[in-house]
Design a binder for this molecule. Structure first.
Ligand SMILES: *[C@@H]1O[C@H](CO)[C@@H](O)[C@H](O)[C@H]1NC(C)=O
Length: 80
């Protein structure tokens, strides 16, 4: 019984890990890379994208829940 509980726990941990990995990978392959940048304006967002080695990107700021979010949009990147 204890073994079953243990297996159940590790399965849950494994499932959580898989979900977390899928989330990370899907956000990486997305055309947009968005992250909170404070304050967000054309200059700060541009610098943020440049620091992340984006090439030929377009920047955009959007209001987030707590912070403004800067998005680096790379044209031609595969859409999710
Ligand atoms: C963007 O914000 C930074 C930091 O507040 C400021 O120095 C810069 O002048 C701003 N640029 C524009 C275009 O508003």
């Amino acid at each position: 019984m204890a073994l079953l509980v243990k297996m159940g726990t590790s399965f849950l941990l494994f499932a959580a890990l898989v979900v977390a990995m899928a989330f990370v990978f899907s956000s990486c392959s997305a055309a947009d890379h968005c992250s909170p940048v404070v304050p967000c304006n054309a200059t700060t967002c541009f610098e943020y994208c440049q620091k992340n080695n984006y090439k030929n990107f377009q920047t955009s700021c959007s209001p987030g829940k707590y912070y403004p979010i800067c998005c680096c949009r790379v044209p031609g990147a595969p859409l999710p």
